[in-house]
Design a binder for this molecule. Structure first.
Ligand code: HEC
Length: 124
């Protein structure tokens, strides 16, 4: 009787360890969280790096392209508020498509910027 309990217990133990591993969605589907717009999107950690890679080269500095200045929170906030930021990166009719001369931003980056704008484009 004791032996049976021991064997049953061992089997349950093995299966429960097994399920711990195989039930992890991130391991089964590595791309499931590839666009994370749930974790807090901050201006400094998420938005600025996207702008640095795609926008500041033309719109930063003292003589920004199209007299559209970016690169400080105050300047980026103006574009977020007046609608030109989302209009240009979404390639909406009536706006100049940005980044100029390059591929459209990834859906994931656009989603992150949209989330930041919808949150009131906070300085965080
Ligand atoms: C290669 C240079 C270049 C890059 C990179 C670039 N821009 Fe521009 N951008 C321009 C120029 C030049 C203009 C003005 C002429 C025009 O509107 O087409 C402009 C205009 C704009 C405007 C005004 C659009 C309108 O319709 O009034 C916005 C907003 C803008 N850019 C945002 C961005 C953002 C955001 C990025 C990054 C995702 C970016 N730009 C990347 C060159 C660039």
């Amino acid at each position: 009787m004791k032996k049976i309990l021991l064997i049953t217990g061992t089997i349950i133990l093995i299966f429960s360890f097994g399920s711990c591993y195989y039930d992890k969605a991130e391991l089964l589907y590595p791309n499931i969280n590839s666009c994370d717009t749930v974790t807090s999107i901050t201006y400094t950690k998420v938005i600025v790096p996207i702008f640095q890679q795609n926008c500041y080269s033309c719109h930063g500095g003292n003589s920004p392209s199209g007299v559209i200045a970016m690169g400080t929170y105050a300047n980026d906030k103006v574009l977020a508020t007046n609608g030109k930021l989302m209009g240009s990166i979404n390639h909406t009719a009536g706006f100049s498509a940005m980044p100029q001369g390059a591929a459209k931003l990834s859906d994931c980056n656009i989603a992150k910027i949209r989330k930041w704008v919808q949150a009131g484009s906070p300085n965080n």
